[in-house]
Design a protein around this ligand. Structure first.
Ligand code: FDA
Length: 305
């Protein structure tokens, strides 16, 4: 049943008509639990509240189905505005973005132009930028773009997904860049030809790459809501005397908020991924797919309208 619901929400997340419709009607159905608002002003207020509690942030301007240069340029402009707001408001936040939003499906030239514009603004405002990882078909291209940009910009990191078979090799190759990587299990529906179909194998590979990256001396963001992975990281760090400024935990806005605060109080750096923008629908559906128990929020959202 859970698998069925997961596939259903992932299917809904890819629906262009619903994505467009949702944009017109504003945050609905409990989406505000996972999305910090539609404007940068609302997002800044949420970040200030999180910072006041001791949590640091990475902000993400939501955008789905970017399929023309004008839209990709507009997405990049929003990212520049976000970076400038971080600098101006003196909030503790990084920026996360997706290569498809920057024009990955159009041309590498458009992506590079947009990324350089953002990275220059980010450098000026002392903001670190992470390239999120999307589905398998974009993984290779994303890593290649990351490598090209990383040789020019130090304030850049990316994401590695534990469910892909190619991941260990990617990490070995990336090691020469001493990259700051966010490690995740992986959120997309992939074929067993490219990704571990069994959760236990994904978890084992997740632990393997956490260890590999930390012991290589690289900065590691362990992005998970899973206590088993969090405990594994804590033990590893203790066993190998890894300094607390070499790693952090990350979770999504609206998920396990008490656990986020607990980790901060235990002395760990805890970063919250805060999405905002009018294009909330696809992100919201992917969160429901991850944990169909979250449907309770949708029901409450509908009832309270
Ligand atoms: P998983 O979903 O396997 O859950 C394991 C356990 O965690 C559950 O059994 C439960 O105990 C606990 N748990 C999970 N959710 C809970 C909840 N709501 N309440 C209580 N307990 C809960 N993916 C990707 O492909 N590309 C990317 O760029 C990113 N970026 C990213 C950034 C950040 C900050 C995070 C946290 C995640 C991502 N992801 C991602 C998503 C990631 O790949 C993955 O899909 C989700 O984090 C879900 O996997 P978990 O590791 O959280 O555990």
């Amino acid at each position: 049943m859970e698998k069925l619901l997961r596939n259903f929400f992932l299917f809904l997340s890819k629906n262009r008509a619903l994505t467009k419709l949702a944009k017109r009607y504003g945050l609905r159905f409990g989406a505000a639990r996972f999305v910090a608002g539609e404007s940068i002003k609302q997002a800044v207020n949420v970040i200030k509240e999180l910072n006041n509690k001791g949590l640091v942030v990475t902000i993400d301007y939501l955008g789905e189905f970017v399929d023309n240069e004008k839209e990709a340029n507009e997405m990049a402009d929003h990212c520049v505005l976000a970076v400038e707001a971080i600098g101006r408001e003196r909030i503790n936040s990084q920026l996360s973005l997706k290569m498809t939003s920057m024009g990955l499906d159009l041309s590498e030239e458009i992506v590079m132009k947009n990324m350089k514009k953002i990275l220059e603004a980010a450098k000026k405002n002392d903001v670190f930028v992470t390239i999120d990882m999307e589905d398998y078909s974009r993984c290779g291209k994303t890593i290649e773009i990351f490598k090209k940009l990383k040789s020019e910009y130090d304030n850049l990191g990316t994401v590695i997904q534990a469910y892909l078979y190619r991941t260990e090799k990617d990490m070995e190759e990336l090691n020469q860049y001493s990259p700051n990587l966010r490690l995740v299990k992986g959120a997309y529906k992939e074929s067993p030809e490219v990704a571990f179909p069994i959760k236990k194998d994904v978890d084992d590979n997740f632990k393997k790459i956490i260890k590999m990256h930390l012991l290589n001396g690289n900065y590691t963001a362990v992005a998970t809501h899973d206590d088993e992975m969090i405990e594994y990281t804590k033990q590893l760090v203790e066993e190998h005397n890894i300094p607390f400024d070499q790693f952090e935990f990350q979770m999504l806005y609206g998920i396990r908020e008490e656990r986020q605060l607990e980790l901060y109080k235990e002395g760990y750096k805890m970063r919250v991924y805060v999405p905002y923008g009018t294009d909330w629908y696809g992100y919201f559906m992917r969160r429901l797919a991850e944990r169909p128990a979250n449907i309770a929020f949708v029901v409450k959202g509908v009832v309270s309208k």
